[in-house]
Design a binder for this molecule. Sequence first.
Ligand SMILES: [Mn+2]
Length: 722
Amino acid sequence: MDSQVFLLLKHILYNRGFDEIEVSQYLNDHFEPNIFIPSINDKTFLNFLKIIEKSNKILLIGDYDADGVISTSILNIALKALSKDVDFYLPNRYTDGYGLNINTLKSINNKYKLKNYDLIITIDNGISSTKEIEYLINNGLSVVVIDHHILPETLPKANLIIHPFITDLKYKYLCASGIAYKVASFLLNYTKDNTKYELERDILYLAGIGTLADVVPLLDENRRIAKKMLNLSKENNYMPFVLKKLWEKIGYKSFPLSSFDFSFILIPRINAPGRISSANIIFDFILSNYFNIDENLIIQKIQEIENINKHRQKLQEKLYQKVISNINKNNYHKNEFIIPDYIEDDISYLGVMGIVAGKIANEYNKPCLIFIKVNDTLKGSVRNPIDELNITDVFLSINRAKQDIIKKYGGHSKAAGIEINISKFQEFRNLANLKLVELYQKSNIYPNIKRDSKIAINLPFYFFDSFLNNLETINEIMEPYGEKNDKPSLKIPLTNFLIQYLNTSNFSNDKKNLTIKTFKNNEVCINIDNPFIFYKKLKNLENDGNNSNSFLVLKFKSIKNNKYNFDFVDVIQGSYKPKPIILEITHFFNNFIFSNEIFFINVNFKTIQNFINFINSFNNFYIIIDKYYFEQAYEYLKQLENKYYLADDINEFKKVLFFILNDNITLNELATLYINEKIYKGLLLILITDKAKEFYEFLKNNKEDLNINFNLLFLNAKLFYP
Ligand SMILES: [Mn+2]
């Protein structure tokens, strides 16, 4: 791999808290993703096999979302390959509610008669259904629970539980599709089916889609599963037949699909039936790939899915408008926990309230919970954009304070479902806010800083071109993006130079796009989702009159026709310090400067304006210049004389911007001063000298002593030669 790509990637990942080993694992997972499959001697899985072998008739109970439908499909495929007599039941969001509950049991009994089965397998649900499972066991059935949701205080007394927090699956944050893939791969060892290879490939493909669909971290094993799926779709543009038909019928012709295509085009359509009507539609559709390929029927089903998806989009938009105006009217967005008034008149929104809560949560960077009234209960869906916060902790502490408010809840740290008593709504809303703020204080969480800003890498505008040149490769390695595997974001010091851009006519008519040109004439388009917030931030900056500590945060979006698209994230003050990664930065710059293939060498300092622009692209800095180059540089430096103070007195270091090396101070002495914090740290130190490498070596050899909070940039003095 190109060393610049490697350094930039390291830079990005270190800022997210990765260590050296994790970085190399991350890279390895790109080039050779290896998924852990339980060995054929694994006790838990052999136990599972035994339970299956002695069961004649099996019922799978899944869930209505994409992960639930896909994981049920995967197990169904594997059990059928073992010639098992297997039925499935996917709860209905409106008539049954989530998972295995009393309503679900009644519906199943009406449809299938429970007593016809020997074994019930719950997948993507069941871990909290203690009572229901007890009932099944007491009635002579065997029950296996395969789930990944938070563990309740008492586990159900099932014959077997497969859960990544209990079972060794090598990674805790798998979704149900990922677990189902492991279970199914294990089972396929015991089949003589001659389509085994095809089945293995397809369950992997499905698991990849399920993993992208669920809110699970796209790291580690999840990333490997999704990567392998993307690789499959890159090889010969492979897609299971029905999905390929779907992709083509909805008007897309391009292959292979990107992770964006999966996440924003295909997966919403897999989710839609379960949101609006019945998840059975999508289950039948996926399974028809294997058991009855009738093209006419498939096309009919695709049409049905399309109509449902359109209906879903309309509902979603209507609910969004309703909720957002309620929030604005009552200033609910000023609370830490955004809880709008509950929706009274329409349960058809139940399927889209989660998406809408997610949208609002992201807009305000605060948790958002939307409730809908169903009889005397409020059913709610919550989304949490704050990384360090586990939203179910809020519910837990409400439960501890008062037990008659919450009926039940379940889910994950970032997305969960909850039911409360309608008469306790106001009390719940107050307590939720209170407990959330308490949690923030207790755990030192600063919710006002967006995750994208926290993990953004520091990048002076001048380095933008180098970053852009490598972005395509970086992007390919980092894909697929998702939870905890964000697109790269950048923190660019807001200099006068950059502010000029933000105030000029480079905006699109609707003010939602701003195009700026880099030093090498690359076009960067900044998409501004909410122009109101953007202009407000800019205005504040101008009023302050001091932008020396402000940063523009941008997040990579896409590369199209050599145009680079970024999303505007925020303007932040520099007082928030991201995890420093300084020796790496040093190394990063060092490498560019001394490798002669630098982005700097082409920078034309021959014009004074270029040099001044360069200097202006940094906020605070020292420039240390070797006296031997002072003369050459003087023409340039004196242009800055009015603005900057020149001195060669070491005692004036705090104020000095340019320091000229002379016989009285050597590079090593300078480095020692630096290490002893005599030179103010946190500023950019620019060395214009041929001896910069020595200085760097000295720092490197003493790195134990280095406080890591500084930036260093070497410029080769030769740049000043005409
Ligand atoms: Mn799930």
